[in-house]
Design a protein around this ligand. Structure first.
Ligand code: ACO
Length: 379
């Protein structure tokens, strides 16, 4: 058999599948814009609520728009009792599995589930943005034998998450760190999870289907799972002076250094700059600077990889921040997911507004026209 001559794009590397106005990434410059706004400006000046509005609606809100959006978020935080029951039933699963299951189940309780209009999709996006932290916090408490807490309407999105997780209102400094982390994770183009969400939407499945897919795709260690792996690695290294040997050993044995490398960024991931500063300050504030120092040493050992475009990514410092805030390791990916709901929603709205079924081809390389042999005649 002669193989058909087609051009393969394994991994869809460098393949553009559509146009977007949601975010812009220049991987060679290390530049990221949400709706035209530079991530550095948003990280320094915006809040998650404002950034989520921007990502979902395409413009920065007026004060009145922001107040209305914030009220909608706050009014949508609580979960139906049945979802809390599902969380109890699945409490021994990984937090991402519980989040995925609860988001999927929420479709049974959303008044707009079947409505794929832009307005309804944005309403559902707001609800899922608000509900995701409640799911994650409720699960973390229930599996520890504690009661899930009601959301606190006086607190911001980020502060309320920490409150629902720990049962006490966080300091402004701690809440600001999670708020910025959510801002940095809000949107990132057609990454693997957004692609998954868009494939769902391209069949005209609804937002709950798309976000359930997005959460599923995000779970893997090549994508959102890296932050958890980085913190495991940091703990294994244990002391700054062990970093060089550890990294060299891992690379020598063909392993990868988690939190390094990116399909699009071949320069420094601009999001990592902010998380690096925050991890340093938080480590000093908590009297535990050693984790940051270990991570800095890993960066130094990985310096030669920069020539190949391999730099630390968004996941490299985020794990240390979560760890220093006493957040359990297996919740790290869920925090990424919570921040990304607005981005997935924006991508799904774009897909619906100019829809085309996402359906690529595979080049068949198996046997051809094999004769069917009845089971009793097979050797
Ligand atoms: N450590 C060591 N070497 C690496 C790393 C790394 N973290 N990342 C890539 N490389 C090397 C590969 O070994 C490969 O080398 P080779 O050409 O000699 O075989 C080369 O760089 C290219 O690697 P690919 O896997 O082809 O690059 P790709 O663009 O597909 O990978 C990925 C991107 C999956 C993120 C990769 O860099 C990786 O596995 N990183 C570690 C996991 C991680 O941090 N994921 C989070 C990404 S950010 C996010 O999703 C939010």
């Amino acid at each position: 058999m002669t193989e058909r001559k087609v051009q393969l794009h394994r991994g869809l590397r460098e393949v553009y599948i559509d146009r977007t106005t949601s975010s812009f990434i220049d991987g060679d410059e290390g530049k990221l814009l949400y709706r035209g706004y530079n991530i550095h400006e948003l990280a320094q000046n915006s809040t998650f609520e404002e950034t989520a509005f921007l990502v979902m609606n395409g413009h920065l809100p007026t004060q009145a728009e922001l107040d209305a959006f914030d009220t909608e978020l706050k009014n949508s935080r609580a979960l139906p009792a049945e979802i809390l029951d599902i969380i109890r039933l699945t409490r021994n699963s990984h937090p991402m599995d519980v989040l995925r299951t609860a988001v999927s189940a929420l479709s049974a309780y959303d008044p707009d589930t079947e409505d794929n209009s832009t307005e309804a999709t944005l309403r559902k996006g707001i609800r899922l943005t608000a509900q995701a932290p409640t799911i994650v916090a409720a699960h973390a408490r229930i599996r520890d034998g504690k009661e899930a807490l009601d959301p606190d309407p006086e607190l911001s999105h980020a502060a309320n998450f920490l409150y629902m997780l720990f049962g006490e209102r966080p300091t402004d400094e701690d809440a600001a760190l999670i708020d910025k982390d959510f801002v940095l994770h809000a949107e990132h183009g057609i990454n693997a999870s957004a692609f998954g969400a868009r494939v769902s939407a391209s069949t005209q499945a609804d937002l709950h289907c798309a976000i359930t897919t997005g959460i599923s795709v995000l779970k893997g260690p090549s994508h959102g799972g890296a932050a958890e792996e980085v913190m495991k690695m940091t703990q294994e290294i244990g002391e700054e002076e062990n970093a060089e040997t550890y990294v060299r050993e891992r690379l020598r044995s063909g392993g990868r250094i988690m939190g390094f490398g990116h399909r699009v960024y071949k320069a420094l991931d601009p999001r990592s700059v902010h998380l690096q500063e925050d991890a340093k300050e938080l480590g000093e504030r908590k009297g535990e600077p050693k984790w940051f120092q270990i991570l800095q040493s890993v960066i130094e050992v990985m310096e030669p990889y920069r020539r190949r475009g391999i730099y630390q990514n968004v996941d490299f410092f985020s794990g240390a921040i979560y760890y220093l805030l006493d957040i359990p390791d297996d919740l790290f990916i869920s925090i990424f997911a919570m921040g990304r709901v607005p981005g997935w929603t924006a991508q799904v709205v774009e897909q619906f507004e100019n829809n085309i079924l996402l359906r690529p081809r595979l080049l068949y390389t198996g046997p051809m026209d094999v004769e069917y042999v009845p089971i009793e005649e097979r050797g």
